[in-house]
Write a protein that binds this ligand. Sequence first.
Ligand code: FMN
Length: 170
Amino acid sequence: MNLLELIRKRCSIRRYNPQTVEQEKINYLLEAGRLSPSACNNQPWYFIAAQSDGDRSKILEAYPREWAKPVPLFILICGDHSQSWKRPADGKDHLDIDAGIAAAHICLAATEMELGSCIICHFDVPLVTQHFGLPPTIEPLIIISVGYPDDPALFDTTLKRRKDLKDILR
Ligand SMILES: Cc1cc2nc3c(=O)[nH]c(=O)nc-3n(C[C@H](O)[C@H](O)[C@H](O)COP(=O)(O)O)c2cc1C
């Protein structure tokens, strides 16, 4: 599978088999995140792999969705505002961009291993901060659900609804 085929295959999976994700696969995902580019190479992130029942239930409290209940692994990407690059001209903090690229790499790596993934941002930030004891400069930015889809055909049946290139190219 070339890169564009992998990008086409990746889709948000919201139906999971509760089967545990193998440790070597988790390591592969974390490596894909670790190697991501970041502004000034500051790497202003921390990853939390929430796998235990206790950690998963903390995530589910902050993101209470029926579909997420069987998810065996959540990767929480936290950003450190004290490490991220701020553009001198206007002070723009590039933390979100850095975290987004890491999330994309992790999701593509998951897809390559036939693991489903979904980027989640609509969660209760104060609750995650409290549950995981995050210090003030660390912001929980992105949760990624990871696990085997309850049907591998989900990869092939999910439609890509995207704007045409002619509508977005200037
Ligand atoms: C920054 C970002 C935040 C997202 N937050 C959520 C979320 O909170 N819950 C959810 O179910 N999906 C979330 N998604 C998934 C998007 O809905 C999904 O990527 C989009 O509809 C395109 O579908 P696809 O991923 O299947 O290609 C998010 C995606 C991105 C990139």
